[in-house]
Design a protein around this ligand. Sequence first.
Ligand SMILES: [Zn+2]
Length: 131
Amino acid sequence: MDSSDAYWRKTLSPEAYAILRQRATERPHTGTYDQLWDKGVYQCLGCGLPLFYSNTKFDAGCGWPSFFQAIDSTRIRYLNDFELGYPRTEIRCARCDGHLGHVFNDGPPPTGLRFCLNSGALKFIPKHKDE
Ligand SMILES: [Zn+2]
């Protein structure tokens, strides 16, 4: 897989490039998926890796799509982030290293986690009615 900067600049929209490759954060309550509750799967926009199922999505009220569990924890890369002066855990796609958002310890049961995602880092694939 070509993962050079030139590849991403060519492939991604400017918004997606800013989030996935430059770790930008979209403004709260503006993302496409913040209040989407359809059934389906959320993939990494960069490489298509399925990351979250809609049945683990919950309304955290923070203005970003939030999930309490990843499809597979090995599909997420965790990094320490001190950018705001206090420790946070950045999450990236384990396959293409695209920035997704952060994970916090204030989520609901059963995990207690809140994966806080940028809509612009994700692609939603709706589930078909007969599935
Ligand atoms: Zn990816």
